[in-house]
Design a protein around this ligand. Structure first.
Ligand code: ADP
Ligand code: MG
Length: 575
């Protein structure tokens, strides 16, 4: 909670204004019972109509002042609170954007979403309601007791009895309930996780008739959350009847003992009424204060969770002093590179060394899980190497600002990711200021021009969320166009032709050849036909390079490569 304090600084002024107004409101609350006492003791007893009217007028004025203070205070606080939370969400989001994949893997998307939404809302709740309680409750409780003591110390002893009783009762309830509260958030993360998987995997769930399993999975986390929630609320539900009971007992005691005090002439009837009002003020202040005690730990868990995100320093960071490029353009060099995913037992790529030169195509072939995608992602610095170094244009990628590095690269990921918007917007994602001709050219080279033009609206046609209205091959070609339009020094195609038929694949590579010219091209593939024309082919097996050379050289030297080739040729023959 305290750690988030520094983000509150810009809102200091409205919050202080709001607190002062709330204090004034509470003080004016204390004045009303006094006026009641005067009204009864002097006005009603003597039937003094002008006095009654005057005091009544004052009471109305005080009440109006009271409401005005509260309204303005709540308005100002709500505005500041919402602005604060908007900034906080912004902070969290900005930080998440700077995360490298390692941090994403660590938190998980479901938890990151809960942290940005629900946890921030908890903080807002505490700022709205908590601020009010934190100022008003102490003022009301202390003020009421003081006022009561001034009137009649003997009768005021009742307060000395009831306040500890109520406090102890509340303490016991809270002591049991609070730890459960902190578990609730975790369970909410769980619901989010299952819900998210269910939504993104809906096709697979349908295809395998697993609606039932998925439903049971959701029901189980949902029930867990509900059960905890119900238990906590039931526990907290004891508070209200408990308060009513204590309140009534307190009033009974005040009337009882107050009656004696009146008969001995120590106080008057009006004072008794004032006492009852003070007792009610104290009890209601204590009750709301308890609610604050319930909210505070929950909010502080949220604050901690938010803070965890904000304070996480991404593993992939820009260097403090960037090294100047050596004037090379597009050279990618792996020097004895090893990389293990966080927590993995074996490295995903191991002792990899090769150089990819401008004007040449370097292809990487290997079975699933051999580390191809991992290897090319190291060039983009999506993860940092654990050993060795990746050099781009002669400079270690860790010594280069990420923006500079990534501006050199046109990357087509293995899984085509599109964003909701138009086709044009998706291509422009690669280069914001591209002209219409550039867009059409990129689309044509990517063999996407024809199908785009046949879509309703052509380049303005809608791409739905995640590109659902496009086929796998169409998505791949759009994401290729998106990379082409950048005209980068380095092209990386991660299995980007896998969803294309052989004919389109061949046509696309022919068009690419002309397009990429003096750039460095890295092509990851499992198809021999895609890689056989490359200037250098790297054969990966079990995270290591087992062969490197041209198609013909590898056929002569590499058993693994020969095996891949013969298995695929057999397939083609039998097909
Ligand atoms: P390929 O692209 O050749 O199919 P990958 O580079 O995707 O292979 O994967 C290589 C190895 O790294 C696999 O064993 C895979 O299980 C592991 N791996 C891939 N991505 C992650 C990740 N985000 N976290 C942990 N392990 C991963
Ligand atoms: Mg892959």
């Amino acid at each position: 909670m305290l750690k988030l304090r520094k983000y509150l600084t810009p809102f200091r002024v409205p919050l202080i204004i709001s607190m002062v107004l709330l204090a004034l409101k509470s003080l004016s609350d204390l004045y009303l019972p006094r006026l009641t006492a005067d009204m009864v003791n002097t006005g009603l007893v003597n039937n003094d109509i002008p006095y009654i009217l005057r005091v009544g007028g004052i009471m109305l004025a005080v009440a109006a002042f009271n409401i005005a203070c509260l309204l303005i205070a709540v308005y100002v606080a709500a505005k500041a609170g919402n602005a604060f939370c908007r900034d906080l969400r912004d902070q969290v989001f900005t930080r998440i954007e700077s995360f490298s994949l390692s941090e994403f893997d660590r938190f998980g998307p479901a938890s990151l979403i809960t942290r940005t939404t629900n946890d921030v809302n908890q903080i807002r709740g505490i700022m709205d309601f908590g601020l009010r309680m934190i100022v008003m409750s102490p003022v009301t409780i202390i003020g009421s007791v003081v006022m009561a003591f001034i009137k009649d110390p003997a009768l005021a002893l009742i307060f000395v009895v009831i306040i500890p009783i109520i406090s102890t009762a509340f303490f016991f309830v809270l002591h049991k309930g609070l730890p459960l509260n902190t578990q609730l958030q975790k369970k909410l993360d769980g619901i989010n996780l299952v819900l998210r998987e269910g939504l993104t995997g809906i096709r697979v769930i349908r295809a395998f008739n697993k609606e039932g399993t998925d439903k049971r999975r959701f029901e189980s986390v949902n029930k867990e959350y509900a059960d905890s929630s119900i238990y906590v609320n039931r526990l907290m539900g004891i508070i209200t009847p408990l308060v009513t009971l204590i309140m009534n007992l307190a009033i009974l005691a005040i009337v009882w003992f107050g009656g004696f005090r009146i008969t001995v002439g120590k106080i008057q009837v009006g004072d008794l009424m004032a006492f009852i009002q003070y007792a009610l003020l104290v009890i209601s202040a204590l009750t709301t204060f308890t609610r604050l005690l319930i909210m505070l730990p929950r909010a502080s868990v949220s604050a901690r969770r938010i803070n965890e995100v904000i304070e996480t320093v991404p593993a992939v960071r820009d260097p403090e002093a960037a090294k100047a490029s050596s004037g090379l353009s597009g050279v990618v060099e792996f020097k004895d590179v090893t990389f293990s995913y966080p927590g993995a037992e074996c490295p995903a790529v191991h002792k990899i060394s090769f150089t990819a030169k401008p004007g040449e195509t370097t292809a990487i072939i290997g079975g699933t899980g051999s580390g191809k995608s991992t290897l090319v992602q190291l060039i983009l610095r999506i993860y940092d190497v654990t050993g060795g170094a990746v050099l781009v244009d002669g400079v270690d990628v860790r010594d280069m600002p990420q923006e500079v590095l990534r501006a050199k690269i046109g990357y087509v990921p293995q899984k085509a990711v599109l964003f909701s918007g138009s086709v044009m917007e998706n291509i422009l994602y690669g280069k914001e200021d591209a002209g219409v001709e550039e867009i059409e050219h990129a689309a044509d080279v990517a063999q996407a021009g024809d199908f785009i033009r046949s879509m309703e609206g052509g380049f303005d046609a809608d791409v739905s969320q995640g590109g659902l209205n496009l086929s796998g091959g169409q998505k791949q070609r759009l994401s290729i166009a998106r990379a082409l339009i950048r005209r980068p020094e380095i092209y990386i195609f991660d299995d980007s032709f896998s969803a294309l038929d052989f004919k389109t694949d061949a046509r696309l590579r022919r068009a690419l050849k002309k397009e990429t010219g003096q750039s460095t091209v890295l092509i990851v593939s499992q198809r021999v036909s895609t890689v056989m024309d490359a200037d250098q082919i790297i054969v990966l097996e079990n995270s290591e390079i087992v062969g490197i050379g041209t198609h013909d050289a590898l056929l002569a030297s590499s058993a693994v490569y020969r095996e891949i080739v013969s298995s695929q040729l057999a397939e083609e023959v039998s097909a």
